[in-house]
Design a protein around this ligand. Structure first.
Ligand code: AMP
Ligand code: GLY
Length: 420
């Protein structure tokens, strides 16, 4: 099978790594890729949000199967176009990708499916939104309706912050994403991520994870794309997982099919769990980054078979062979992230890192120039490892992170603290 993966982050390096373990992969191209991916696969430059360009590229390179990493190409209709052209693709249609691209849409699906989630109201006018917030009181959560690169959510602990957030969103702080604002009840509890594959009808769990969104140790400081993750999430015990599956994911997937927009791809449910009851915080239509890195290390080669089965509508006959293990990833980020940071700093020590089925340093924001690996983004490397226990996975992951020679980078020392 000739495979094309779209994307350039640590998630896509982990996907590429897993796909290459599988002998069914004959050729792998990743577009655009990064310096780490370039060591294991062919990288190509391609406008991944241009459906015509992706379809033509897939034809020209005799691609049999396309795996879409991030949400933006999906929202742009890449999967629709590839399916029209008869090219097998892992990822939802633009219509189904509204589960991430529109928070109001997701709320409507949850309501129709009876899936537990925060109470909400949606607004297109600031004054009405503010009147609602004043009536509800704080804490309360203000969200831009559309895609805002993970930044369109303000958890307002007081009324002034909430009112200011409404002004910011209608004032264009998130561009078109803020033309509509969803206001939600503030939920308390512990967060976890639940990942399932869907083929439009059948739903298959591929694992749970927890990430650390805050930049600082002890989960302090500003939000980031994620500073580390581990799998499985201890809070997702059998009972909670079954509830998440039966009360949230399956009814929503069935509602999507009923509306004539069957969901195919990976569905990532962000959950809030309180007293053993999960409620939906949000859906994403892609693997989490860095959660994907820990899932791929645990799944290995079978990840390709599972994604392929989802794309071909064969999930009912698929099953996951779980090793009873744990994985952790530690994100190495550029000093200053998530604020301003320097690009182009040199990263050393990478050539000597062990690369086994137990430990991999995935690249996120890196490029190669004159034989050196340079940092080219905020989140730069993902030191990822697995072990029989989470403590063992942690020790291996931190041994990798410690062996990287990059004075201009930093990482949190306490990934997994809650579970450990
Ligand atoms: P989202 O992009 O919707 O996942 O929101 C980002 C983060 O904001 C979530 O991971 C939660 O930590 C927090 N959050 C979002 N919605 C709520 C809510 N209704 N109640 C409490 N926290 C929330
Ligand atoms: N790590 C959170 C996300 O990928 O959305």
């Amino acid at each position: 099978m000739n495979i094309l993966i779209l994307g350039s982050g640590g998630r896509e390096h982990a996907l590429a790594w897993a796909v290459l373990q599988n002998p069914k992969c004959d050729k792998l191209i990743v577009a655009p890729g990064n310096a780490g991916i370039a060591q294991i696969a062919t990288c190509a430059s391609l406008d991944t949000e241009d459906p015509g360009a992706v379809a033509t590229f897939a034809y020209d390179h005799a691609i049999d199967f396309v795996i879409v990493g991030p949400e933006a190409p999906l929202a742009a209709g890449i999967a629709d176009r590839l399916r029209e052209e008869g090219i097998l693709v892992f990822g939802p249609s633009a219509e189904a990708a509204q589960l991430e691209a529109s928070k109001r849409f997701t709320k409507e699906i949850c309501a129709a499916a009876g899936a537990p989630t925060a109470a909400y109201a949606s607004f297109t006018e600031a004054e009405l939104a503010k009147a609602y917030v004043r009536a509800q009181g704080a804490p309360i959560v203000i969200k831009a309706d559309g895609l805002a690169a993970g930044k369109g959510v303000i958890v307002a602990m007081d009324l002034d912050t909430a009112l200011e957030a409404i002004d910011d969103m209608f004032g264009g702080a998130f561009g078109g994403a803020g033309a509509e604002v969803v206001i939600e009840e503030f939920m308390t509890g512990e967060e976890a991520s639940f990942f399932v594959l869907c083929d439009g009808e059948t739903v298959l769990s591929v694992g749970t994870a927890q990430d650390h969104k805050r930049v600082g140790e002890g989960d302090t400081g500003p939000n980031t794309g994620g500073m580390g993750a581990y799998s499985p999430a201890p809070i997702m015990d059998d009972v909670v997982t079954r509830k998440a599956m039966e009360e949230i994911v399956k009814p929503c997937v069935a509602e999507m099919a009923r509306r004539g927009m069957p969901y195919q791809g990976v569905l990532y449910a962000g959950l809030m769990i309180e007293n053993g009851q999960p409620r939906l915080v949000e859906y994403n239509v892609r693997f989490g980054d860095p959660e994907c890195q820990v899932l791929m290390l645990r799944l290995g080669a079978q990840a390709l078979d599972l994604m392929h089965a989802a794309a071909e509508g064969r999930l009912a006959e698929a099953q996951v062979n779980w090793a009873d293990d744990h994985a952790m990833t530690v994100v190495l980020a550029a000093n200053g992230y998530p604020g301003a940071y320097e690009k182009g700093t040199v990263i050393g020590g990478l050539d000597d890192l062990p690369e086994t089925s137990f430990e991999m340093c995935f690249h996120a924001g890196t490029t190669r120039k004159d034989g050196q690996v340079l940092a080219s983004g905020g989140r730069v490397l993902n030191a990822t490892a697995r072990g029989a226990t989470l403590a063992e996975a942690r020790d291996r992951a931190y041994a990798l992170a410690d062996a990287v020679d990059w004075p201009e980078g930093f990482y949190r020392r306490d990934i997994g603290w809650r579970a450990l």
